[in-house]
Design a protein around this ligand. Sequence first.
Ligand SMILES: Nc1nc2c(ncn2[C@@H]2O[C@H](COP(=O)(O)OP(=O)(O)OP(=O)(O)O)[C@@H](O)[C@H]2O)c(=O)[nH]1
Ligand SMILES: [Mg+2]
Length: 493
Amino acid sequence: MMNFLKRLTFSSKFYKHSTVIRSLCNLNNFGENDYNFHELLTPDPEYDALRRNYIVDGRKAHSVLVCQPYIRFPTDIDDKPKSTPQLQLKESISLIHSIPKWRVSDAGLFGVNDFHKPLFFSEKTVEEIDGRIKGSSTTGLFIAADRLLGKQQYELENVLKVPVFDRYSIILEIFKNHATSAEAQIQLGLAEILYLKSRVNQYAPEVRGDKYSTGKTAGGSGMTARQRYRKLLESRTKVLKKASEKLEANKERLRLRRKELQYPIVSVIGYTNSGKTSLIKALSQDGKLSPEDRLFATLEVTAHPVKLPSLRKVLFLDSVGFIANIPKELIDSFNVTFKEVANSDLLLHIYDASHPDLANQKFTVLKTLDYLKFNPNLVSSMINVANKIDLIDDSSSENSTAIEEGDIPVSVTEGQNLKSLIEKIDTKLTQVTGQQIVKVKVPNGGEELSWLHRETTIQSIEPDADANFLIVRATMNDVQRKRFVAYFRRGKK
Ligand SMILES: Nc1nc2c(ncn2[C@@H]2O[C@H](COP(=O)(O)OP(=O)(O)OP(=O)(O)O)[C@@H](O)[C@H]2O)c(=O)[nH]1
Ligand SMILES: [Mg+2]
């Protein structure tokens, strides 16, 4: 297996453009030299205080009681596959474990009739939660609903005397811990502001004043706390939007240069923790990639070169995973990342075939692609990869039957079936790009070679048995192939 993988990766022996490609691959280096993104992202003490008060105080390690709400008597019939409250609770616990130093002190399911009560839960349930907090080491409460109303959060914190988090704020905190590049930080910053705006509007910060006032600029400004916070958020939004536009422009430049060089882009997408980074690491042998058993380990887009069996060179893009029940604002904030993925030649959808909530995860991925308005042709040509088959022990189990015909079953960690997958990618790329690797024998140092250099992407050049000739493999579409034949075989026209 290792030999097979080694053959797929770049061999510098006859690989002319490798330096160019490597520099093109470094997507995080998107012009930071000519535009100081990091200066824009320098911490602002007042903003940080606001963030800590209204989202999560990331400086504190918390022991968290995870409350998974579920509707007792659901009435709406939709086409969504039914996840169970137990599975949702499991995912909520994983979210907490994805924040460094946080742990789960207690967890449970709590039935509700709707999500609109002033304290979110009934008074009786709040009493029960209060008892569980007092009887444990709990320092924070995670109500695993997409989003709480500001007032609900405020009232609950008043009664229970611990900070209360919703799903949106917990995901923001996980992102914050993984956002190392300017790309991730800009997009996360925009997602945070949307959350903070709704909090500031709903909460009446004046009321929270004593507990949450940042103190510093209150005196003498003549503004209420709410006005001050709004102003702060508006000015930060402007700065981040400008940075985001610059980021998008740089990405577009990078995309056009790649297009010129005719390197097809294969984006690996899928539910968080399904094995996207692991797969790209296995195919590219890129030692810098580090898969982790955490949700949202990867946030920004990174590109990784791979040479396929046809000797075609492609770039694999790794990026952020999808998750169910995520507020739309959070997806919208990552539009630069998703735009880049949407501009791929081919999508590889990798799913964890051993996961008990598989149907729901697959549904979430398709729904998200739909929401992001991905080109239907791109979605219909997507290759589905059923990963982690090493964890399915019974071939008649529900999960194993959920692998649909045409999906490629693999185990990335065991290196199982990756050869079939890579061959399928190669064939599919020929279909979707119309480009083929054409092998031609040309005179050494002749005009044909210059033409190929100028008009096509040369994949490799090897000496022929006859020293007067070279064997060249070049990527060409149909038009280029016909022009080459017309130009050199039938006389120059
Ligand atoms: N058993 C098993 N585990 C796997 C396999 N592929 C990946 N994993 C594990 O699954 C976990 C998640 O892998 P990643 O590659 O980080 O997943 P990801 O989709 O990039 O996750 P995010 O970036 O967080 O969205 C890691 O602990 C991997 O070791 C597989 O084929 N079998
Ligand atoms: Mg990853």
